[in-house]
Write a protein that binds this ligand. Structure first.
Ligand code: SF4
Length: 105
């Protein structure tokens, strides 16, 4: 017969294992999001929200430009996030922007 303490410990390990399995499956399927603080994100002036781009510093930026309208964006236009070859293995926000933005042909 299990003690109350053993039962609680086993339950918490079970919940943790299920949570980690779900999280890792999701992460592997979608890739982690690029952080604005990642070294290459800083180098490319990536912002997860294009409206936060320092327009004076990046005059190339124009309203309406975002990852989901960029030629390099690998998601669909309506996707909240998608891949970008400049951030391999990670996802950029559909509403994001970086200085490498390129108009779709
Ligand atoms: S290259 Fe395009 S899709 Fe990739 S982060 Fe920059 S703006 Fe977004």
């Amino acid at each position: 017969m299990k003690t109350r303490r053993e039962f609680i410990v086993q339950c918490s390990f079970g919940v943790s294992a299920v949570s980690l399995a779900a999280l890792s499956t999701q992460s592997l399927a979608q890739g982690a999001m690029v952080l604005e603080t990642d070294a290459n994100a800083v180098g490319l002036a990536y912002k997860a929200n294009a409206t936060k781009v320092a327009k004076a510093k990046y005059p190339k930026y124009a309203a309406g430009q975002a990852c989901n309208s960029c030629a390099l964006y690998q998601g669909k236009a309506a996707d909240k996030a998608g891949g970008c070859p400049l951030f391999a293995g990670k996802q950029v926000a559909g509403a994001g922007w970086c200085s490498a933005w390129a108009k779709k042909a």
